[in-house]
Design a protein. Structure first.
Length: 353
């Protein structure tokens, strides 16, 4: 073979490599349980197959203080090439503080007796990073019941669950006396307003896959869409670390472009309608708002609404007078039983200062 032919082949193979390295959106769940915790109902293999069959691209079997090595989990016989398990653990620590340690290389210690909440959180983060991973503070609004003053001193927190499908259940509201909001958005705004650089995650925290119903914590009700060049544990984790993702419980974006000058959201209506048609009645949040369709809200410091627009596309021009801007899309529809219900997607904040 001549030298020229060899260089042409080399160039072509580089070009093909370049082609595969394009940004792709991957759907994933960072928080789910198995029977290994003693209060969930399915094996790691069953849980894995469930998420695979729901069309997810990645899943973390985030067990309470147990490390499930993905290498030990048998994959579904019909496994697609675009599905991976990312190793992880739900660090289940002191003061009911729980943290997903994603992309770690082994079990992480969870004991921290006699220290304040922020030290517990910081320790979870440090141990996760020492194990090669990134941390997500779980259900701060739910089980952990954390306040902004507990989290703010933990300056290394970069991600927290804004939506946890398990802790939003009506039955759990009742059981716990309506003690916490449906999402952690007010807490998120409090942290952002105080200058914390923190991204919002949506997850299932699924425990029950054998019984489907509103009183269960099932699969497929809260997730993240992550933009990455390839589907590997490292690429997904890095994309989340830098905030290149959004959280959802039903709504998909077609356009999600943000920088220090502007923030543009366009809903992928087709994909959203297909998803909403498959979701159970109880997946949406009941609302008194009867304005059916899409609404895009942009929020700034103190959670103030900077702009609210009906429709599936909106841009907010950022002039720098707000320290941060974040976006949320709401879809409102008639509920199949009675009244109206909402589903959402939560865009990440842009920081201007
Ligand atoms: Zn938890
Ligand atoms: Zn959990």
């Amino acid at each position: 073979m001549t030298k020229i032919n060899i260089s042409v082949i080399l160039l072509l193979s580089l070009w093909f490599q370049g082609c595969t390295d394009k940004d792709t959106w991957y759907r994933g769940n960072t928080h789910t349980h198995t029977e290994l915790c003693g209060h969930a109902d399915s094996s790691p293999e069953f849980v894995t197959k469930k998420y695979h069959d729901l069309g997810y691209h990645f899943l973390i079997l985030s067990e309470h203080n147990k490390f499930i090595d993905p290498a030990t989990v048998a994959m579904p016989a019909n496994k697609r090439s675009d599905f991976i398990l990312i190793p992880g653990q739900e660090i289940t620590g002191d003061q009911s503080i729980h943290t997903t340690a994603m992309n770690i290389d082994g079990l992480i210690a969870w004991e921290d007796e006699g220290v304040p909440a922020d030290v517990v959180i910081e320790n979870h983060i440090k141990r996760t990073q020492a194990a090669g991973g990134q941390a997500i503070l779980n259900h701060p609004h739910g089980g952990s019941n954390l306040k902004a003053t507990d989290i703010l001193p933990a300056i290394n927190v970069r991600m927290m669950e804004v939506y946890n499908a398990s802790t939003r259940r009506n039955n759990i509201y009742k059981r716990k006396g309506m003690g916490f909001p449906r999402t952690a958005e007010p807490l998120w705004d409090e942290l952002l307003t105080q200058g914390m650089f923190i991204y919002g995650v949506g997850s299932d925290d699924a425990h029950i896959l054998q019984t489907i119903g509103p009183n269960q914590s099932n699969a497929g009700l809260g997730w993240v869409m992550v933009r990455a060049k390839k589907l590997t544990a490292d690429a997904i984790t890095e994309a989340m670390r830098i905030g290149d993702f959004y959280a959802s419980n039903g709504v998909y974006f077609k356009t999600y472009e943000k920088n220090s000058k502007s923030y543009t959201i366009e809903v992928d209506e087709e994909k959203t309608q297909i998803m909403l048609a498959t979701l159970p009645d109880w997946s949406g949040l009941k609302t008194d708002d009867e304005a059916e369709g899409y609404r895009i809200d942009f929020f700034g410091p103190n959670g103030d609404v900077l702009k609210s627009e009906q429709g599936s596309k909106s841009t907010y021009e950022i002039d720098g007078s707000d320290a941060y801007v974040r976006a949320r899309v709401t879809h409102t529809r008639k509920s199949r039983d009675a009244g109206f219900e909402e589903h959402y997607a939560w865009g990440q904040p842009v920081f201007t200062d």
